[in-house]
Design a protein around this ligand. Structure first.
Ligand code: GLN
Ligand code: ZN
Length: 751
């Protein structure tokens, strides 16, 4: 075929997370600006070299922190608190926008830009803040410099720039719709394109992922207004890129825009392909993103080749469905993976190889045979389809999702038997994971500390934490989660059918990376996972101890999931595994069990048409996971901050006995949002923002509780922090919890 090939972006953190280390060294003063710059340059060069066989090398996909932040800085959209808009773009200022500055040496607090999820990925971008009279000016030449750098290194660059409509739609603006600024932004955008052309770019990809989630009139007319004005005088070709979803009914309108090429996500927009096949004009480039940038499964290149061949009469390009930044860097760096499982997978570097073999003039028979063998070994693998698991899921009927009595009666019963005071106090699960705990874990992993020594260390931390909670006067205690690095990875390691990688890092935000587990087979819980530690904790105290689990939707949401089984069925398999753990915890004497679901809101599909069925499946999975216990056993769940408005009905339908929510920063707005769904559960709206070391006062927390008591009757309120305390230090933890207990007591005397 010999088609033109390109990717819409490449992982930037580095195969050994070099960027993370460099950033953290820079922030702590151990690396200077030129050192950081040198590492960033080297990473860019290496990543272009890894794209060497492709027709283009993606540029401007690199960032020291985030691409939306880069674009805001490029256009001078810098809020006043970070200094005058026209002052130079220093690293210090750039990172202040990303990370804020805390009160140190007299310098005032500077609140950073808000961090929010990038579409339905686990990547987070910084939200630009715009003004109704926003003045855009080209103030930073980062995109141009990186493009020149690629040319100087011998590559043919294709800069990738977030489009003007996505940029505005994802920005915040007080007093109006940021999309109304399109007329102000586009002339500056055109200047940027001209500068890129002058630097030597022949094509620029303008990426508009917003179309995957919004195709309303405001977005479509914004797009039309932009494209009427966007075309620079310079001879530059523009590729409109639409990752993450389909265009559906908007296809004719989008295709009427004045681009030179359209890049579609052929994995998620497969339903749009027949229309494009029949209607797309011959004189423009059609780029099919056939290699999936969102999954880690090896592509069936021969099937994709046949699909591409059906578009032969078009000017065809081949690419990835989206930037490869959402998958780990390279599979060949995985030393511990089972070789059979490894043959089923493909990370960013391997996906470049797939793209090249897809575009090659002739199919490579050896590669084809290897792919066929890998796919066949997956189908035949005994762990991929386990009869008992499939049957157990098929047997689930309505009653499997229901507890005995209705929620209201259960809560009454639990009040009698658990004998908790009004405004009961608890925490969300984790306690500080200090350097000492992390060292313990690292030494165990490296084999320097045997399992007995490791467990003794964890045990000591747990005992101390139980004592501390007793001394503080908390009502429902936790064991502290010292054995867990991550709430999903821990269960990923314990459950069969899930594998965790040793180096499969994906950037979450800034220097932070996560290592999503891979769900490849049917889920089996071979042994209890948390019963030992929870029972041990309960034996240490006469107070109630809460068992602590991660829920099925969150495990699903934070993993790479198999694509050969509907997600709803994978969720039910996970639910059955968690259900066994829940009932075993109950049998071991735990009377309160928490099943965390912070991933529930995040999983909401971008396409509104898919939301209802997602929520139905999610609610069912949670209910199946917890419905195996007696009515006296109290089931808690927890969710971090999110826009709860769209999911309040689903949260009510979970019918957890108690739910804790992150609510302090929103001054209890989250509680309003959730109760609007008619929730019957008792609620613990967080009164301590655990994202900073600040210790909230008793008065502050009492005031928040009073606000909460305006929304729900006192009998239905719990008192707890916003989230787990894993990232906090002991000192502020003790002080804050002491105040939290005092605030609960103050509320009790008032009612
Ligand atoms: N139980 C978990 C913890 O305390 C919950 C974490 C979360 O909500 N993200 O750390
Ligand atoms: Zn949380």
């Amino acid at each position: 075929m010999n088609a033109t090939t390109h990717v819409s972006g490449y992982p930037r953190i580095g195969e050994k997370r070099e960027l993370k280390q460099a950033l953290e060294a820079f922030w702590s003063g151990k690396l200077d600006a030129s050192g950081l710059d040198g590492i960033a340059k080297e990473l860019r060069l290496r990543h272009w070299q890894e794209q060497a066989g492709l027709s283009f090398a993606a540029t401007n996909d690199f960032s020291l922190y985030d691409g939306m932040l880069d674009l805001a800085c490029t256009f001078g959209a810098i809020p006043e608190r970070f200094g005058p808009a026209d002052s130079p773009m220093t690293l210090e200022r750039y990172f202040r926008m990303a990370r804020g500055r805390s009160r140190q040496g007299g310098a005032p607090d500077v609140v950073p830009l808000e961090l929010t999820k990038w579409f339905d990925t686990n990547y987070h971008y910084l939200v630009p803040e715009l003004q109704p009279e926003q003045d855009f000016r080209l103030t930073w030449d980062k995109a141009v410099q990186e493009t020149k750098e690629a040319i100087a290194a011998g590559f043919r660059p294709k800069p990738v720039v977030i489009g003007p409509v996505t940029f505005l739609a994802l920005s915040k603006m007080d007093g109006g719709d940021p999309l109304s600024l399109i007329g102000r932004l586009v002339p500056v955008y055109r200047e940027l394109l001209e500068a890129l052309a002058e630097a030597g770019a022949e094509w620029v990809e303008i990426s508009e992922p917003i179309l995957a989630s919004r195709r309303d009139e405001a977005v479509l007319s914004g797009l039309e207004a932009a494209w009427d004005e966007l075309r620079p005088a310079a001879p530059l070709k523009l590729l409109l890129g639409i990752p993450f979803g389909r265009l559906g009914d908007a296809l004719p309108r989008v295709c009427a825009l004045g681009f030179d090429g359209l890049h579609v996500d052929a994995t998620r927009a497969a339903a749009d392909l027949p229309w494009l096949h029949a209607n797309y004009l011959q004189d423009r480039v059609l780029s099919l993103g056939l290699i999936d940038g969102r999954s880690i499964w090896r592509s069936d290149v021969e099937v994709l080749r046949a699909l591409a061949a059906s578009f032969r009469e078009k000017q065809l390009w081949l690419g990835t469905s989206c930037s490869l930044q959402h998958v780990p860097h390279r599979l060949d760096a995985e030393s511990t993976l089972d070789p059979v499982l490894r043959s089923w997978l493909s990370f960013a570097k391997e996906k470049i190889g797939e793209l090249l073999s897809l575009a090659a003039a002739q199919p490579d028979p050896d590669a084809g045979a290897a792919t066929r063998a890998a796919l066949a070994s997956r189908r035949a693998h005994p762990g991929v389809k386990i009869r008992e698991i499939r049957e157990a899921v098929a047997r689930l009927d309505q009653s499997a999702a229901n507890r005995g009595r209705p929620l209201e009666e259960r809560l009454k019963l639990q009040r009698q038997v658990l004998k908790l005071p009004l405004f009961p106090t608890t925490t969300i699960g984790s306690f500080p994971q200090t350097a000492e705990i992390r060292r313990l874990r690292a030494r165990h992993r490296k084999g320097e500390l045997d399992t007995a020594g490791y467990e003794a260390g964890l045990d000591a931390a747990m005992r101390e934490t139980i004592r501390l909670q007793e001394d503080l006067g908390l009502d429902v205690l936790v064991h502290g989660e010292f054995e867990r690095t991550d709430m999903v990875e821990f269960f990923g390691e314990m459950l069969e059918g899930i594998t965790v990688t040793s180096n499969g890092w994906v950037q979450s935000y800034g220097s932070r990376c996560v290592k999503p587990p891979i769900i490849w087979g049917d889920i089996v819980r071979p042994t209890p996972m948390t019963v030992g530690v929870s029972a041990k904790a309960q034996a240490l105290t006469s107070k109630l101890v809460k068992g602590m689990l991660t829920g099925p939707i969150t495990i699903l949401q934070w993993s790479f999931v198999r694509v050969d089984l509907p997600r709803a069925l994978v969720a039910l398999q996970l639910a059955l595994a968690i259900r066994k753990e829940v009932t075993d915890l109950e049998a071991a004497g735990l009377r309160v069990i928490q099943v965390d679901e912070p991933g529930l809101r995040e999983g909401l599909p971008l396409d509104p048409a898919e939301r209802e069925s997602y929520l139905e499946a999610a609610v069912r999975a949670f209910r199946v996971a917890v419905a195996g216990v007696r009515d006296e056993t109290q089931i808690h769940t927890h969710m971090c901050y999110a826009e709860f408005d769209d999911v309040a009905g689903a949260i009510a339908a979970l019918e957890a006995d108690v739910i804790s929510l992150e609510a302090s920063r929103s001054r209890m707005e989250a509680l309003h949002a959730v109760t609007a769904g008619g929730i019957g559960s008792d609620v613990g709206p967080g009164v301590w923002d655990i994202h900073s070391p600040r210790v909230p006062s008793v008065e502050e927390m009492t005031a928040l509780l009073e606000r909460a008591a305006d929304v729900l009757p006192a009998e239905r309120l719990w008192v707890n922090p916003d989230c787990g305390l894993k990232t906090r230090g002991w000192e502020e933890t003790k002080a804050s919890l002491e105040n939290l207990v005092a605030a609960a007591k103050a509320m009790r005397t008032k009612t």
